[in-house]
Design a protein around this ligand. Structure first.
Ligand SMILES: Nc1ncnc2c1ncn2[C@@H]1O[C@H](COP(=O)(O)OP(=O)(O)OP(=O)(O)O)[C@@H](O)[C@H]1O
Length: 252
């Protein structure tokens, strides 16, 4: 599991996260939800050590993120942030191959090449493998970044808004693959998601954040209620049901 204890974070003296204590369960798909500016990305970045921890403690599968060596942590957890400032004159196959770096450390073997190819095929990118990043669409580039994180082949996969730019079919396919990683692969996934019905349909566990605090956490049925969501988003939200899971209606 990922354990977060007493995490506070400030940017330029402005408090962003206030004493966050929560757990992301192992072997589950966790969705982080909440309004813009709630602190979801900041929390994910702290877990993934993209930002140094200022206060509190985070452990990923018992590895303290502050003290665990980077190469060890990179074998346990892959993180895909929201801003991926990677050179655009990189072929998709080269980008995806970066995911294998923590394993081969510059000397890729046949297994690394095979996994890169599998990642390209899994994310329907095989035909685009030789294209440069600036020669593909936003959704194709997004899928290539996800494929890179997937190729890292870690127990934990952390994704910040992976559904950005994906059409309905590719979004659904990605959620299906993430569920497969959890259900068949025994992996654990945490993702920031804005479209609540993806969390409703696919997540096992939901953490709702607002104003730098966890405001609710539990199963989708426990968190995705009219009371919790209306308060979270300061808007009247209706919740129905579809195939035994919440169906969130916000066009009312
Ligand atoms: N580099 C920065 N400098 C100053 N403030 C920042 C910086 N990065 C984030 N913040 C602030 O920290 C707060 C939390 O931002 P964060 O990106 O974690 O929220 P979020 O819940 O992921 O939002 P969104 O859904 O819009 O992506 C926001 O108020 C944001 O303005």
């Amino acid at each position: 599991m990922i354990q977060i204890e007493g995490v506070c974070h400030a940017i330029a003296d402005t408090p962003i996260l206030h004493d966050i204590t929560t757990t992301l369960p192992k072997g589950r798909l966790t969705a982080l939800i909440g309004p813009n500016g709630a602190g979801k990305s900041t929390l994910l970045r702290l877990i993934g050590r993209l930002e140094p921890l200022q206060q509190g403690r985070v452990t990923v599968a018992s590895h303290d993120v502050t003290t665990t060596p980077t190469d060890r942590l990179a074998q346990v957890m892959a993180i895909l942030g929201q801003q991926n400032a990677i050179a655009s004159r990189l072929r998709l196959s080269e980008l995806v191959a970066f995911g294998r770096w923590p394993h081969h450390k510059g000397r890729p073997g046949p297994q690394d090449h095979a996994l890169v190819w599998l990642a390209l095929k899994t994310f329907a990118l095989a035909d685009l493998a030789d294209r440069f990043l600036d020669e593909v669409s936003g959704g194709q580039a997004q899928r290539a970044h996800i494929a890179m994180a997937w190729a890292q082949d870690t127990d934990w996969l952390l994704l910040d808004e992976p559904l950005n730019n994906l059409d309905m079919a590719h979004a659904r396919a990605l959620m299906g693959r993430l569920r497969g990683l959890v259900d068949q692969g025994g992996r654990s996934v945490a993702m920031v998601v804005h479209e609540i019905n993806y969390a409703a349909a696919w997540a096992d566990h939901v953490i709702a954040m607002k104003d730098g605090r966890v405001s609710a956490e539990g199963t989708p049925a426990e968190v995705l209620t009219e009371a919790v969501l209306s308060d979270l988003y300061d808007a009247p939200i209706r919740v129905g049901a579809h195939q035994g899971r919440p169906l969130v209606l916000h066009h009312v």
